[in-house]
Write a protein that binds this ligand. Structure first.
Ligand code: SIN
Length: 523
């Protein structure tokens, strides 16, 4: 693997340049390599350090004899609160079993029981449908398997090289330029640029995402002229372990899938009166019910109780969670775990068709960075790793196979623009923490017009005060501010509540808003 420092002043070229090295990027690169195309991966960290690595729950696929892609599709549409693109979701659910087979072929070892792959349950799924690995470390197994295979295939990887801009010539993406240490740049040229940079969980003060999940790909694509859609929809995961003064740690929904219940501070269950699926209701429903409980009791958390299982069973089924709880002094077999919601997944992103094509020719996107339409206003659990592999494979079929796709997505009529940066005087560039606090408090689980209007103004002022980008910190701050502006502006425009977007001042879902909000840079 080449380090960016050794690549200064070089121009590299390849059949495809892939930005990001989580499941989506690695899968595209492997597919390209298998079809004899040259792939170049550019990533801002180490090749095996991506959000994928920390995915716990798993990957959904209808592989059980009592299940079907049709049922998976129904659950995906139901969770998405009226905004799921049915065609894209049908592709997702139908192609899922084949992509699981690809992962197995790439060396991923899913957990088995009596010789067959064992399936877990998560919220809003009609039955057991979630494949997992290493108990609760599915992402780790996938990231390590795919990144070592990338190495074995001899695919070039440039590490520690944040992409600073997408190169556009005559209205077409032709490569990327990276920021490397010392402020010098590396040019990577290609007729096909693929963004696989993940989401923007780090927009928020409390998040299950790793430090580097700063929405870079969304911001880069937007600045290059591609359309970005659905940015008002951020999924808040209900159960992050609440530990003051320690990083947020996810307690997988699979724990509720194995029977864990949520308790208020006096030890009472509250979900059965909120939704027929109780603790396994869609995430937006559970997260809001928890916030309501916390408001009523004045507590900053509720509890998750899984003590019906014994320690041996828990340590085998959830080794990572069990160990982390123990390190925090919580014995899951006896003690309820304090939990509160945290930002988890960016449903919106760069608009693509079902072949990974964006509205900017030559620019493609796969995984959490995209808005394919499969998640609508609220993603079904464990559909995200799945989305990455399904659409990575289709993109590869399009780029390197003989697949002739539909036309690339046409520009949306009525796309919005961001108001110009500036406005309220901002004395100094913001810190990332300031932006994250603003987003959490005013563009978080519950929003209203006053908070959103103030947030949009403040973020516009922040944007005009940003320093020139000479370091990774500057680069990520710029991404966070751009994505924050897109999310806050879209949330202000959407005067209804739907899925993960809840407006205190418009608490009902409104038929007139059964549509997407699209943004494009420009006048
Ligand atoms: C979890 O393990 O709860 C997260 C899975 C997901 O977000 O799909």
């Amino acid at each position: 693997m080449a380090d960016a420092e050794t690549s200064i002043s070089r121009t590299l070229s390849a059949d495809v340049v892939v930005v990001g090295s989580g499941i989506a990027g690695l899968f595209v690169a492997l597919q390209a390599s298998e079809r004899g195309a040259s792939a170049l991966i550019v990533t801002k960290g180490a090749v095996d350090e991506a959000n994928t690595r920390y995915a716990q729950g798993g990957i959904a696929a209808a592989i059980d004899e009592h299940d079907s892609p049709e049922q998976h599709l129904r659950d995906t549409i139901e969770a998405g609160a009226g905004l799921v693109d049915e065609e894209a979701a049908r592709v997702l659910c139908t192609e899922a079993p084949g992509r699981v087979a690809d992962l197995v072929r790439y060396g991923v070892r899913f957990d088995t029981d009596g010789g067959s792959i064992s399936l877990g349950r998560e919220g809003a799924h009609a039955g057991r449908r979630v494949l997992r690995a290493r108990g609760d470390q599915t992402g780790l197994e996938i990231e390590l398997s795919l990144s070592s295979l990338v190495q074995r295939h001899g695919i070039t990887v440039i590490e520690h090289a944040p992409v600073e801009r997408i190169l556009v010539e005559d209205g077409r993406a032709v490569g990327v330029e990276t920021l490397v240490r010392g402020g010098k740049t590396l040019r990577c040229e290609s007729p096909s640029v693929v963004l696989a940079t993940g989401g923007a969980g780090r927009l928020y003060r409390f998040t299950t995402n790793i430090e580097s999940a700063t929405g870079d790909g969304i911001a880069l694509a937007f600045r290059a002229g591609a359309e970005v859609r659905d940015m008002e929809f951020t999924q808040f995961h209900p159960t992050a372990m609440h530990r003051p003064d320690a990083p947020v740690f996810l307690i997988s929904e699979a724990v509720r899938g194995e029977g864990a219940v949520l308790l208020d501070t006096s030890g009472e269950r509250f979900m059965p009166t909120v939704h027929p699926l109780a603790e396994l209701a869609p995430r937006d429903v559970v997260a809001r019910a928890m916030v309501e409980q916390m408001r009523e009791t004045g507590a900053d958390h509720v509890y998750l109780d899984v003590s019906q299982h014994d320690a041996d069973w828990l340590a085998t089924r959830f080794p990572n969670i069990y160990r982390t709880c123990m390190e925090s002094g919580i014995d899951m077999a006896r003690d309820p775990i304090p939990v509160s919601p945290a930002a988890h997944y960016t449903m919106g992103g760069v608009r693509t068709n079902t072949w990974g094509e964006t509205t900017l020719p030559g620019l493609h996107a796969v995984g959490e960075v995209t808005s394919t339409g499969v998640h609508g206003a609220n993603r079904l659990a464990s559909n995200s790793l799945l989305e990455s592999v399904v659409f990575a494979r289709r993109l590869s079929d399009r780029l390197f196979g003989d697949e002739t796709a539909e036309e690339p997505p046409a520009p949306s009529p009525g796309a919005h623009t961001l108001p110009p940066a500036g406005g309220v005087a901002s004395p100094a560039p913001p810190t990332r923490e300031e932006v994250q606090r603003l987003m959490w408090e005013q563009v978080g689980i519950e929003r209203d017009a006053d908070g959103l209007a103030d947030a949009t103004e403040r973020l516009a002022a922040y944007e005009s005060a940003l320093p020139p980008t000479t370091s990774l910190e500057d680069h990520e701050l710029r991404s966070v501010v751009t994505c924050g502006r897109l999310a806050a502006t879209a949330a202000l425009l959407r005067e209804e509540s739907r899925g993960a977007h809840y407006r205190r001042d418009f608490p009902e879902q409104r038929e007139a808003w059964r549509r997407h909000l699209v943004f494009r840079a420009g006048e």
